[in-house]
Design a protein around this ligand. Structure first.
Ligand code: PLZ
Length: 452
C-alpha cells in the first residue's frame, strides 16, 4: 500500500544515517541561517531537508529520517503524495491565482462541497476558505459574533488556536506563543478543560463540563456568549483527550444558550484520529468547524464550515482575503481528500493506533516516567512525569526527543508543561518503518528514562 501511495520514483522508505546529525552541509546552512533568519523562528530538527516522500525526510547530507511528525499533522497522505503532486502540477500550469474575490474558479467550490459532505452533521452548510489555521479560527469568531450579536468567546486551559493577535488571546500558553506580544484581544474567557490525567480521580466529562460552565454562567453570563471554542482533542496543549461526555455537554449547553459551538479540528481533522473528524467519535455536531493542516497534503489551505444560517449571516464581502482558497491549494486538497477516501486513511489511522498503543503502554510498564499514554488514531502521546507523581518532566521529554532525532527519527513535543512526547505519523507510513521508529524510541527510553 505504501508503494502505491508514495509512487514508483520515490525515496526508499528507510532510516539511514550517513553522517553525524547534523551533517556538514546542514551545519553550513545553519550558519547561513543564523546570519539571516530571525532567531525568533525556531526549528525542531538541526538538519535541512532536501527531499521527502511517504514517511521519510531526507536531509542535505543524505540522512533519511523516519517522520513521526508529518510537519505537525499536515502530511497525513504522506509527503509529496503522488496524487497531490500531479494535481498541483496540472493546476499550477493552468493558472496560479486570480483571487476568488475577483474571478472565481471551480476548485474552491469543489473543496467547499467536500467540506459540506465530510464535516459532521447533515444540515445545510456553507464554507469559506483561508490560508492558515489561525485565519480560519479568527473567521469563526467573526462569524459567531456577527451572527449572534454577542461578544464573549469561551476557550479552555491548554488550548492552542494560533499566533495572530486574536488567536494568541485564545491560546492558553504564555511561552513561547504570547510572552511580550500583548495587549491581546478582549472578550476572551478561559475555563478549565477536562484533563483526565490531572483532574480529580473519577471526574466524568459531564462533571468537568459543569465545572467549566458554572464559571461561564457566573463570570460571563450565558446570554453574552457568542461562542464556545474547543479542540476536540487538544494538540499543542498535549494531546489532551477530554473525558467522554465533556464535548456533548458543551454542545448541549451552547444549543440551550444560543451560543455557537466551534470545533477547532485543525490538528485532529482529515482522518488523523481515525474518523474524518474527531467530533464524530461522540456524535457531536458542531455549529462551525475549522480545518487546515491535513486538508491539502502540505499546501497552505484552511476552511471554515458550518450552519448555513450562521455562515450566511454576514454581509457579502465581509469575509475573504487575497489568497484564501488559492487554486493550487484547492487542487491539492481535492487530491488529498480523494486519496484519503480511496485508501481509507481513517482506517489506516486506526491501524496505526492498534500498532502503536501496545508499544507505548510497554514504555509505561518499563519506566515510571511515563505517567499517561493517550490519544486516538494516529494522534498519540506519552506524558512524562517524575516517577510516582504527576510533576511534569520537561527536561527528560526534551532529552528523549533529541535522542530520537540523533538516531534518525523525527519526534515532536507538546504540552503546557513541555512534558508530552507526541506522535503524528503520516497515515501512509509502513508498519515496518513505524516499528523501527518505535524501536529507536524504546532505546531512547532505556538510555535516558528511569526504570520502574
Ligand atoms: N488550531 C488546533 O493545532 C496549529 C502550530 C505550530 P496555523 N498547530 C501548530 C506553531 O508553533 O506555530 C493550530 C492548531 C489548532 C489552530 C492552529 C493554527 O494553525 O496554520 O499554524 O495558523
Amino acid at each position: 500500500m505504501t508503494d502505491l501511495l508514495t509512487g514508483p520514483d520515490t525515496l526508499p522508505q528507510e532510516r539511514r544515517l550517513v553522517t553525524e546529525v547534523p551533517g556538514p552541509r546542514s551545519r553550513e546552512l545553519g550558519a547561513r541561517r543564523a546570519a539571516t533568519v530571525s532567531s525568533a523562528v525556531g526549528s525542531t530538527l538541526p538538519v535541512y531537508v532536501e527531499r521527502a516522500g511517504g514517511g521519510v525526510l531526507v536531509d542535505v547530507d543524505g540522512n533519511s529520517f523516519i517522520d513521526l511528525g508529518s510537519g505537525i499533522a499536515v502530511t497525513g497522505v504522506g509527503n509529496a503524495a503522488p496524487a497531490v503532486v500531479a494535481a498541483v502540477q496540472e493546476q499550477v500550469a493552468a493558472f496560479t491565482h486570480t483571487c476568488f474575490m475577483v474571478a472565481p474558479y471551480e476548485g474552491y467550490v469543489a473543496v467547499c462541497e467536500e467540506l459540506a459532505r465530510l464535516t459532521p452533521g447533515d444540515h445545510e452548510k456553507r464554507s469559506a476558505l483561508f490560508n492558515s489555521g489561525a485565519e480560519a479560527v479568527e473567521n469563526a469568531v467573526k462569524v459567531a459574533r456577527h451572527a449572534t450579536g454577542r461578544q464573549a468567546v469561551v476557550v479552555f486551559d491548554h488550548a492552542y488556536h494560533g499566533r495572530t493577535n486574536l488567536t494568541m488571546a485564545l491560546t492558553a500558553k504564555n511561552m513561547p506563543y504570547k510572552h511580550g506580544f500583548g495587549p491581546f484581544a478582549g472578550e476572551v474567557y478561559r475555563v478549565p478543560m477536562s484533563y483526565p490525567f490531572r483532574d480529580p480521580e473519577g471526574m466524568t466529562g459531564e462533571q468537568a463540563a459543569a465545572r467549566a460552565l458554572a464559571l461561564v454562567e457566573t463570570q460571563v453570563g450565558a446570554g453574552n456568549v457568542a461562542a464556545v471554542l474547543i479542540e476536540p482533542i487538544q494538540g499543542e496543549g498535549g494531546f489532551v483527550v477530554p473525558a467522554p461526555g465533556f464535548l456533548p455537554a458543551l454542545a448541549d449547553w451552547c444549543r440551550r444558550s444560543g451560543a455557537v459551538f466551534i470545533a477547532d479540528e485543525i490538528q485532529t481533522g482529515f482522518c488523523r484520529t481515525g474518523d474524518w473528524f474527531a467530533c464524530e467519535h461522540e456524535q457531536v455536531v458542531p455549529d462551525l468547524v475549522t480545518t487546515a493542516k491535513g486538508i491539502a497534503g502540505g499546501l497552505p489551505l484552511a476552511g471554515l464550515t458550518g450552519r448555513a444560517d450562521l455562515m450566511d449571516a454576514c454581509h457579502t464581502g465581509g469575509l475573504g482575503g487575497t489568497y484564501g482558497g488559492n487554486p493550487v491549494a484547492c487542487a491539492a486538497a481535492l487530491a488529498t481528500i480523494r486519496t484519503m477516501r480511496e485508501r481509507e486513511l481513517a482506517g489506516a489511522a486506526r491501524a496505526l493506533e492498534a500498532a502503536m498503543l501496545p508499544r507505548l503502554r510497554g514504555l509505561q510498564e518499563r519506566s515510571g516516567a511515563v505517567g499517561d499514554v493517550r490519544g486516538r488514531g494516529a494522534m498519540l502521546a506519552v506524558e512524562l512525569v517524575r516517577p510516582g507523581t504527576t510533576e511534569p518532566d520537561a527536561e527528560l521529554t526534551a532529552r528523549i526527543s533529541k535522542a530520537c532525532h540523533a538516531q534518525g527519527v523525527v519526534t515532536l513535543t507538546a504540552g503546557t508543561f513541555g512534558n508530552v512526547l507526541r506522535f503524528l505519523p503520516p497515515l501512509v507510513i509502513g508498519q515496518e518503518l513505524l516499528g523501527e521508529a518505535l524501536d529507536v524510541l524504546d532505546a531512547a527510553f532505556d538510555e535516558h528514562a528511569p526504570a520502574r
